[in-house]
Design a protein around this ligand. Structure first.
Ligand SMILES: Cc1ncc(COP(=O)(O)O)c(C=O)c1O
Length: 328
């Protein structure tokens, strides 16, 4: 690197790299599997180019008995990724099917055999300053990272209602998994944590319950599973859809998708967050109202077992949700 000293920067700027062990060997970018250190972007494109950026969080789970690794709902995630790009008027050069295949290839290249996160991101790679971005190329990068599942560990979180209002469909639509939407989530999370809670729940402009900063939400009242409707101001969560189906087909429960009042949370028998990152995350209290006995509720626990077994391929059903990732 050639650094020309100036009065303001008399010394060469340090080259900041990640420690070798902090990242996998490879990532995928715009058609190529690249060594991690070679996937650079120019500093001038930081900032505005990411304003419209959209992303996905996807997981692959390992079966502890057979060692098989399964991609979880790759097709659904890459369809939503395409939908987010469409809503940003991006022009991706890769289809959802191609991106799913690439994800399997990258998992193999990085030798990930256990539980692994797959994170695709699309951004406007020609943009250096504010513009509509319509003439820019769309770049896509996919990175992978091992994670530890907390399914069936008994972990619970303390929740609260945020003073921050969830962005609406006519503002920054929560239907678009756009990085910019997460400023709203971040502000709510900061407030909750500074007030001693783990996860906030945001209300919409009408005062109805929406979701957490990065997860959807279910509550149980008198044996009925309830979740805010998809038009209440939530991401069209893939986990939420899968859980609704598992509730009905595996547990025989009634599921309602509807408006939810804040005070319904205070009298709920059980509450849990759900999402790719959250998996299923039971709520022990909400605004200091204890939920049930403060632990994992009985229906939550039953659903969590089914979900755990399905994502790991221990339950043989729902095979179209799982993509085999061969390491042969
Ligand atoms: C804001 C928000 N809501 C809900 C979810 C859950 O969506 P999914 O189940 O598709 O992961 C997420 C993320 O994963 C999210 O970021």
């Amino acid at each position: 690197m050639t650094v020309i000293p100036t009065a303001a920067t008399p010394h060469p700027a340090p080259v900041i790299t990640h420690a070798e062990e902090d990242h996998p060997a490879y990532l995928w970018r715009d058609g190529h599997i690249l060594p991690w250190a070679e996937a650079n972007v120019h500093a001038s494109s930081l900032g505005w180019s990411t304003m419209a950026a959209v992303f996905e969080g996807i997981k692959a789970y390992a079966n502890p008995h057979t060692g098989a690794q399964w991609g979880w709902q790759f097709a659904e995630h890459y369809q939503r990724f395409a939908q987010s790009m469409r809503l940003q008027r991006m022009r991706p050069e890769f289809t959802p099917v191609e991106l799913a295949d690439i994800s399997r290839e990258l998992l193999r290249a990085n030798g990930h055999t256990g539980d692994t996160y797959i994170r695709p991101l699309a951004w406007l790679s020609d943009v250096t300053w504010f513009t509509d971005g319509e003439s820019s190329r769309t770049s896509i990068v996919i990175i992978t990272e091992p994670f530890s599942s907390h399914l069936r560990t008994g972990r619970t979180v303390k929740s609260c209602i945020s003073t921050w209002i969830r962005v609406g469909d006519n503002q920054l639509s929560p239907r678009v998994k756009c990085i910019s939407n997460y400023q709203n989530s971040r502000l709510a999370l900061i407030e909750a944590k500074r007030n001693g809670f783990d996860q906030p729940i945001l209300l919409n402009q009408a005062g109805k319950v929406t979701e957490g900063p990065a997860s959807c939400l279910f509550l149980v009242r008198d044996g009925v599973m309830i979740t805010p409707s998809l038009t209440s101001g939530v991401l069209e969560s893939i986990t939420r859809t899968a859980l609704i189906r598992l509730c009905r087909e595996e547990l025989g429960l009634t599921v309602q998708e509807r408006d939810v009042d804040r005070t319904e949370l205070y009298v709920a028998d059980e509450i849990f967050f759900c999402g790719t990152g959250a998996e299923m995350l039971p709520v022990s209290s909400i605004d200091h109202f204890q939920v049930g006995d403060g632990g994992v509720g009985p229906l939550t626990s039953r659903l969590e077992k089914v979900f755990h077994d399905v994502v790991r391929g221990i339950h043989p059903g729902y095979s179209n949700w799982r993509t085999p990732v061969s390491h042969a």
